[in-house]
Design a protein around this ligand. Structure first.
Ligand code: FAD
Length: 461
């Protein structure tokens, strides 16, 4: 940990967003003694986890004038991380067997995650810091401070000056659409997974789903329940790939990526197969977007790289007044929010110091060079799932907080392998009971649960 050089000071801090990142961050900032205002444009906490059957007015979300919906959650979604790993470390995501409205499964549905986030907000009295239905429209540095301009739902604009701003606006709302040669003349329907909710509109159709990671694997199987045929296009697969995937409806195929789309409705895959499809569903990820940030060109987004960001959190020349919680993509995101925001809170109070801007830039450039040397494309700058525990432990040591538990890292790594190998069953069949037991024993040791650790193993399926 870098030694503190300044006396501990309390700062006036704005947090943008009251999703999981924003509420966890505001708790950590307040714990460190800062005064906090959270801006949230919706009416409630939860961000992405507030499911709505509504979606953007443009199914590909390309039209800048479209009406927008924040959430990207589909009706059938269950978590892709086991609950004991997903929760905040001193407020575990426990099954609530006493309440029938709750989903006690190890990989619960999206409603259960929202209920957990609401429980967290209630427990730590987060809502008293939040200004709901208030959108941040501009953030800019002014004389060593930060000006935040916000708009209430009635259109009323307000300016306020803060010592610091922490950006927690979420990164799963602005779709990334892969270009397909010939797509302009292809006559079918197209939709991005951000706007996918239920399979019904695809009944009896031939559907091509692009992408086969968490959302692509789920959505292709969801649609296969009602569609005539579903064809997954995966750029991670060898060009000759053509496999039938076992599903009860016997109607799902895996291909390599798409070669062309044509005016006659055909889609040609790199494996040479041709299908005449009614719809394409893009499960091709999201873009970072900070439309309110005015940094005079200092911060840029280049092919999904937000640059420059020291350890994915601090832009060197604007730190510590501006910081970002939640930029990396990894398995244990709530714990990442917790550890990153503890670091931000400690730096702002002066308990921990950052290296000089030049040293931070050196570190960033060394990180980019290491990605280049490994042949990792720029778009994966913040995809750090492989090294998530190492990264989080580095940040934890920096701010003097508890390291990530061994079982948590192992559960997430093992869960990822199960997801890839058995996307249909990984949420209900597993072989790591000993890690679950270790997790609940840990919760018991820290007095976070009142039941015996073995109780969950006996009741939690
Ligand atoms: P969000 O939840 O998106 O919250 C951002 C908030 O900021 C929103 O409330 C928004 O209204 C507000 N906001 C944005 N801009 C402004 C503005 N200008 N002014 C005011 N307010 C603003 N993670 C897991 O741990 N487990 C999972 O199983 C899992 N499944 C996922 C499934 C899908 C389909 C997706 C897309 C992601 C999943 N994730 C999962 C990752 C997910 O991103 C995190 O769980 C987490 O909820 C993100 O929290 P966040 O606060 O960063 O963003």
């Amino acid at each position: 940990m870098a030694p503190a050089q300044n006396p501990i000071t309390s700062k006036h801090v704005a947090v943008i967003g009251a999703g999981a990142a924003g509420i966890i961050t505001s708790r950590e900032l307040r714990r460190e003694g800062h005064s906090v205002v959270v801006y949230e444009r919706e009416k409630q906490v939860g961000g992405l986890w507030v499911y709505t059957p509504k979606s953007d007015s443009d199914p590909l979300s390309l039209d800048p004038t479209r009406s927008k919906v924040h959430s990207s959650i589909y009706e059938s979604l269950r978590t892709n991380v086991p609950r004991e790993s997903m929760g905040v470390r001193d407020f575990p995501f426990l099954p609530r067997f006493d309440d029938e409205s709750r989903d006690p499964r190890r990989y619960p549905n999206h409603r259960e995650v929202l209920a957990y986030i609401q429980d967290f907000a209630r427990e730590f009295k987060i809502e008293e810091m939040i200004r709901f239905e208030t959108e941040v429209v501009r953030v800019e540095p002014v004389d060593g401070k930060w000006r935040v301009q916000s708009k209430k739902s009635g259109g009323f604009l307000e300016d306020e000056i803060y010592d610091a701003v922490v950006v927690c606006n979420g990164h799963y709302t602005e779709p990334n659409i892969t270009h397909i040669p010939g797509i302009k003349s292809w006559p079918g329907k197209q939709i991005h997974s951000h706007n996918y909710r239920v399979p019904d509109p695809f009944e009896n159709e031939v559907v091509v789903v692009i992408g086969n990671f968490a959302s692509g694997a789920d959505i292709s199987r969801d649609i296969a329940k009602v569609a005539k045929e579903v064809h997954i296009a995966s750029r991670a697969r060898e060009p000759h790939t053509y496999e039938k995937i076992s599903v009860p409806q016997n109607n799902l195929w895996m291909h390599s990526e798409i070669d062309t789309a044509n005016e006659d409705g055909s889609i040609v895959f790199k494996n040479g197969k041709v299908v005449f499809a009614d719809s394409i569903v893009y499960c091709t990820g999201y873009k970072y977007n900070f439309p309110f940030l005015e940094t005079n060109g200092y911060l840029r987004i280049d092919e999904k790289r937000v640059e420059p960001l020291y350890k994915h959190v601090f832009p060197p020349a604007l730190a510590p007044g501006l910081s970002f919680v939640g930029v990396p993509a990894m398995g244990i995101v709530f714990v990442m929010f917790e550890i990153q925001s503890k670091w931000v809170a400690a730096v702002l109070s002066g308990r921990v110091t950052l290296p000089s801007p030049d040293k931070m830039m050196e570190d960033i450039n060394a990180w980019y060079a290491s990605l280049d040397a490994l042949g990792i494309p720029k778009r994966h700058t913040h995809t750090i799932g492989r090294i998530q525990r190492e990264y989080l432990n580095w940040v934890a040591e920096e701010c003097g907080c508890e390291l990530v538990e061994r079982w948590r890292g192992q559960e997430v790594d093992g869960g990822y392998l199960r997801l890839v190998a058995h996307p249909e069953t990984y949420r209900d069949e597993w072989d790591d009971d000993e890690l679950i037991e270790e997790a609940y024993t840990d919760f018991s040791r820290k007095k976070l649960i009142s039941f015996d650790p073995s109780y969950y193993l006996e009741n939690g399926r």
